[in-house]
Design a protein around this ligand. Structure first.
Ligand code: FES
Ligand code: FES
Length: 151
């Protein structure tokens, strides 16, 4: 079966032999290695990508469900990712970075929503993006500054 997905603004066609392959595994197979594989059970958030502008866990979506849709990975927002990383680093939150791509995509999703931005709403929105290095406070300060300045 062939499926078509617009990834980072480019139309792509993929051959799917295994209908059970997740979007995460398809993306990584096709070279989008920024999309990290952590728990693979929908609980850590490191595999977050945007599907039609909304954050989803790519480990929990069959690749065939993305047929005809638009997917954005951190490769598609690399400039914004760099800026977010600078804000987090400035607050002392630079650690191993494994959670970074998923976190950036969740922040992009947050910006696409019409949410009131305050410390609690941001914490709540990003609660599914776990960081094994556990530097949440510094990360959060950096993210809040980014959201305040780069609206
Ligand atoms: S790898 Fe998808 S939520 Fe953990
Ligand atoms: S910075 Fe290491 S997992 Fe978050």
């Amino acid at each position: 079966m062939k499926i078509n997905i617009k990834i980072n603004n480019l139309n792509k066609t993929f051959n799917i032999d295994n209908y059970g392959i997740s979007l995460l595994d398809l993306l990584r197979r096709e070279g989008y290695k920024s999309v990290k594989k952590g728990c693979d059970t929908g609980t850590c958030g490191v595999c977050t990508v945007l599907l039609d502008g909304k954050p989803i866990l790519s480990c929990s979506l069959l690749a065939i469900k993305a047929n005809g849709h638009e997917v954005t990975t951190v490769e598609g927002v690399s400039e914004e990712a760099k800026i977010i990383a600078e804000y987090i680093t400035a607050e002392g939150g630079d650690q191993c970075g494994f959670c970074g791509p998923g976190l950036v995509m969740a922040i992009m999703g947050l910006k696409n929503e019409n949410l009131e931005i305050n410390s609690e709403s941001v914490k709540e929105y990003l609660a599914g993006n776990l960081c094994r290095c556990s530097g949440y406070e510094a990360q959060h300060r950096g993210i809040m500054k980014y959201l305040e300045v780069e609206k």
